[in-house]
Write a protein that binds this ligand. Structure first.
Ligand SMILES: Cc1cc2nc3c(=O)[nH]c(=O)nc-3n(C[C@H](O)[C@H](O)[C@H](O)COP(=O)(O)OP(=O)(O)OC[C@H]3O[C@@H](n4cnc5c(N)ncnc54)[C@H](O)[C@@H]3O)c2cc1C
Length: 393
């Protein structure tokens, strides 16, 4: 097996890099997984990195509201029966049991509908739980999000019980947790990884790919060779004629501050009523994530760092003076998870027998996440394996 990667590093949108400004290795963006991300956890086990994600023993989420200084912890019980909803000490403050009923409406299949067409996007439960959850998972303004994808998120998290909702982070970085173990595993299985080896074009025969064109080199494919094209949608559309792909994206903004978190700072804090949405505490830095952050793409970097830090300082009690910072803005962090864009996601099959598609943007039934990317990769691998078996028989 050969992996051809266009850039000089593996990991794509999920990577660690050495940041010269901060003088430390950081991730391009904080990535949150949940214990119910079964494909991602199986992947970690497969590559021998099961212990590289860290999180609490139960599904607990610390919240802070910048508007009124209120703090609380959401505690979802382990089992599927949601008795946390019946316990005012565990559920979202200011909510009543009946407020949770609309979550059940979201679990009903609603093809082609937006979230706002299914539930009322208002009230304390929406503002304090549904909105931050869907914003993080879908990376789109939740009312405009595809109800089908919101349903998948709720079904695989809240409806599956606390055992599926434990937050997991790569405390020592995405590189050591996900990417380096995967590269070692590939190497151990005899695969070759070719970096800075961008696929420029494919040569198509009647029902198969005949050759891969890397510019300075053309690789002819033998009848036993298969291709899994796992590039972003815009790259796939440029390589595969007639392929319809999602063409609207949303940004994610991350702000990293080189400063030790104060004593007792929760590892993950969900923040309401500010620009900051999630505050991650690492041993040597604080790191902020802003999903659907397109409105901050053109803000001057130093202004953005200052305004984000003023919120972080008020959340943590740390001094107002700006510590060393870095802003990482990923313009096309994910596809826009709207019904219209969701409808443009192709499956793994193509009209060419030895070509399968993978990537978080393909039609996985999930939003564009690590979990979706891994499921799509498994699905594409299964497809090429079956077609290879069919060719042999
Ligand atoms: C800032 C940020 C925060 C995120 N937060 C989370 C989170 O909290 N939880 C979560 O689950 N997900 C999160 N995501 C999404 C997650 O990173 C992606 O879903 C996942 O990385 C997608 O993986 P992929 O393999 O589908 O695509 P990519 O990671 O985009 O990989 C595609 C690869 O193809 C390469 N390539 C492109 N063109 C060519 C070519 N012509 N030839 C060869 N190679 C090519 C690219 O260089 C890249 O390495 C986040 C993403 C970002 C950007």
């Amino acid at each position: 097996m050969i992996v051809h990667e266009a850039t000089a590093f593996a990991g794509g949108r999920c990577r660690s890099y050495h940041d010269a400004t901060l003088g430390m290795t950081i991730d391009n963006g904080n990535h949150l997984l949940l214990s119910g991300n079964r494909a991602a956890l199986a992947f970690l086990r497969d590559v021998g990195a099961a212990e590289r994600l860290h999180g609490p023993a139960s599904a607990e989420f610390a919240f802070a509201d910048l508007a009124n200084g209120q703090r609380w912890t959401l505690r979802i019980n382990d089992g599927r029966l949601p008795w946390w909803i019946f316990d005012p000490g565990r559920r979202v403050p200011g909510t009543r049991i009946l407020d949770y009923l609309p979550l059940a409406w979201l679990l009903w299949p609603r093809p082609g509908k937006a979230v706002a067409e299914v539930i009322a996007c208002e009230g304390p439960l929406y503002r304090r739980l549904v909105e931050p959850l869907l914003l993080a998972a879908l990376n789109v303004d939740p009312p405009r999000g595809a109800a089908r994808l919101a349903r998948a998120v709720i079904r695989e998290t809240l409806a599956a019980g606390g055992r599926a909702c434990r937050p997991l982070v790569a405390r020592d970085g995405l590189g050591p947790a996900l990417i380096e173990p995967a590269l070692r595993c590939l190497q151990g299985r005899g695969a070759t990884v070719r970096l800075e080896h961008q696929l420029r074009a494919m040569r198509f025969a009647e029902r198969r790919i005949e050759a891969l064109d890397f510019g300075t080199e053309t690789v002819m494919l033998t009848p036993g060779d298969d291709v899994v094209l796992a590039v972003p949608p815009y790259a796939a559309a440029a390589l595969v004629p007639g392929l319809e792909v999602p063409n609207e994206f949303r940004a994610i903004v991350n702000a990293h501050f080189r400063i030790a978190p104060p004593e007792g700072q929760p590892p993950i804090l969900c923040v309401l009523s500010g620009a900051v949405q999630w505050l991650f505490a690492f041993p040597d830095r604080l790191s902020v994530t802003i999903s659907a952050g397109d409105r901050y793409i053109d803000t001057a970097r130093d202004m953005l760092a200052k305004s984000i830090w003023s919120e972080v300082s008020s959340l943590t009690g740390l001094p107002a003076a700006l510590p060393p910072w870095q802003i990482v803005r990923e313009r096309r962090a994910t596809i826009a998870a709207t019904p219209a864009q969701d409808a443009r996601r192709p499956g793994p099959e193509t009209q060419w027998r030895n070509l399968a598609l993978a990537g978080d943007w393909t039609n996985t039934g999930l939003p564009a996440t690590i979990e979706g990317a891994i499921r799509s990769g498994k699905r594409a691998a299964g497809l090429v394996k079956r077609s290879a078996e069919a060719r042999r028989s």
